[in-house]
Ligand binder design. Structure first.
Ligand code: GAP
Length: 476
């Protein structure tokens, strides 16, 4: 992991967020190469699951939704982790991370295990014990509109202190009335940042259906940010509080759920293969550990350096969500005229975890001479690098610039004229550029360039006039 984190920072894939101000724990910024890699992943996904299919439609919904969405979806009630605190150092942990079993809804499972034995705090090492688990909702909150309840609360608190000091009974009564108003205002303006992209695809179901006139089965796909106030973020971009998801809600008739589940399960393996992820394993999530909405879940796990952890998920959500959002059945079968609530299969992919897994798979420092990212060409930030053999020979620079500008019309290409050719190859290998093109003295006469392959390091002489077609064929 250290090697990946260091490469990401050094070469501009991922930087620590807000670094100039000392950083912000577990926040990361995607740099110039990172954003290319990320966009390539998202575009590939969109191409495969939206553009190349007839049965999946896209959506790009608002991040902040009406708070009633989260009440109906069950997130206000259930989207929580059990939080425990070390009684000695007061460090907070997700109970699950310390090996305690997941909540059985009533909380009894935890309480039993907590009284059963001691466990040393991973932070301070003491075994004084932990507080009882408390439900901690993971949704980020904010307030909408020209209102500042926190500031109002602070002013009230100051007024209250004054009235206490002056034994001002009348003042205290007035404050208590204002506190009531303040809470009313909080409840009216409180909104949440979405913790998953999924809900908008349920809430917009009828709009998508009516405007597209699709029939079951069909899916809605969305890529976008999600926010979770994770108790224990960490492991670089693996678990963060702000991340991106690529999700599909695939609407089906209930009778088809098993067939559809198996289909999407296969699609998820095919996707992993497409982007070069090999170490993916299935984990059938047992009842009691599944999300509140799921009737069946498979976690697709990856062997990260810090252990086998969830990369993607596949869930059968039944008709839980559509029933929660629509009082009346939102779908009418065109043949039977029967109205019903469609069921849902949900394959979901984390963008940031994909990036991490892709980088881990691609990273190769087995050859002492060079570090290589064996990225699939479709994912590489740059497909081609163009160099003049020497930067101080204007005729070589001019020839190379012409090649560069020409290729740039069709490919993502970078220019490099620093250092010697060996250093440039090293530099491009490290960021995963599949092909390097060098314009040398011979090019002036034979109108050809040297093309070097990142993985085999083999070099080939290619006519400049044939270069775009040659590279197109190689990259596809
Ligand atoms: N709509 C279903 C859903 O959100 P999830 O398993 O909670 O399911 C889906 O999340 C995917 O989002 C995960 O498989 C993972 O790739 C990614 N993900 C979840 N929490 C994350 C976090 N805190 N940081 C980065 N990625 C995360």
């Amino acid at each position: 992991m250290d090697k990946i984190v260091s490469l990401c920072k050094r070469r501009g894939f991922v930087f620590p967020g807000s670094e100039t101000y000392g950083g912000l724990a577990n926040s990361w910024d995607y740099g110039p190469l990172g954003v290319e890699l990320k966009n390539n992943i998202k575009n590939l996904w969109w191409g495969k699951f939206v553009h190349q299919r007839e049965d999946v439609l896209g959506l790009d919904a608002a991040l902040i939704m009406n708070s009633r969405v989260w009440r109906a979806s069950g997130h206000l009630e259930n989207f929580s982790d059990a939080l425990i605190e070390c009684k000695s150092c007061h460090q907070r942990f997700k109970a699950e991370d310390l090996g305690y079993q997941k909540d059985d809804q009533s909380g009894n499972t935890f309480l039993k295990i907590f009284t059963d034995g001691n466990r040393n705090c991973p932070n301070c090492g003491k075994d004084i014990g932990f507080t009882s688990p408390e439900k901690f909702n993971l949704m980020f909150q904010t307030f909408i509109g020209p209102t500042d309840p926190l500031n109002n609360l602070f002013s009230l608190w100051l007024d209250f202190q004054k009235s206490e000091k002056n034994k001002d009974k009348f003042g205290k009564e007035k404050i208590s009335e204002e506190i009531n108003n303040l809470f009313k205002n909080i409840m009216e303006t409180l909104v949440f940042l979405r913790p998953e992209t999924a809900q908008a695809m349920f809430v917009d179901f009828k709009n998508v259906l009516d405007s597209s006139r699709k029939q079951l089965p069909f899916g809605v796909a969305q890529i976008g940010k999600a926010f979770r106030n994770e108790i224990t973020p960490g492991n670089f971009i693996f678990r963060t509080r702000e991340f991106e998801q690529m999700e599909i809600e695939y609407f089906i008739k209930e009778s088809e759920w098993e067939k559809s589940f198996d289909y999407w399960r296969e699609q998820m393996f095919l996707w992993a293969k497409d982007i070069g992820i090999k170490k993916m394993h299935e984990f059938e999530v047992p009842e009691g550990e599944r999300a509140h909405y799921s009737k069946r879940t498979i976690d697709f796990e990856y062997d990260f350096p810090f252990g086998r952890k969830e990369l993607y998920g596949l869930a059968y959500r039944g008709d839980f969500d559509l029933r929660n959002h629509f009082k009346n059945p939102p779908y009418r079968d065109p043949e039977t005229n029967e109205e019903f609530w469609p069921h849902v299969i949900e394959p979901t992919w984390g963008v940031d975890r994909t990036i991490l897994a892709v980088l881990l798979e691609a990273y190769d420092d087995s050859n002492k001479e060079r570090i290589v990212l064996h990225l699939k060409s479709s994912l590489a930030p740059f497909k081609i690098a163009v160099f003049p053999l020497l930067r101080n020979k204007p005729e070589l620079v001019e020839g190379a610039r012409k090649v560069f500008k020409d290729l740039k019309k069709s490919f993502s290409v970078t220019w490099d004229d620093r250092g010697n050719i060996g250093k440039r190859y090293f530099s491009q290998d490290e960021i995963g550029t599949p092909y390097c093109v060098t314009f040398d003295f011979d090019s002036l006469n034979d109108k050809a360039v040297t093309v070097r392959d990142r993985d085999t390091m083999e070099q080939e002489r290619v006519a400049i006039s044939e270069l775009p077609d040659y590279l197109e064929a190689k990259l596809s």
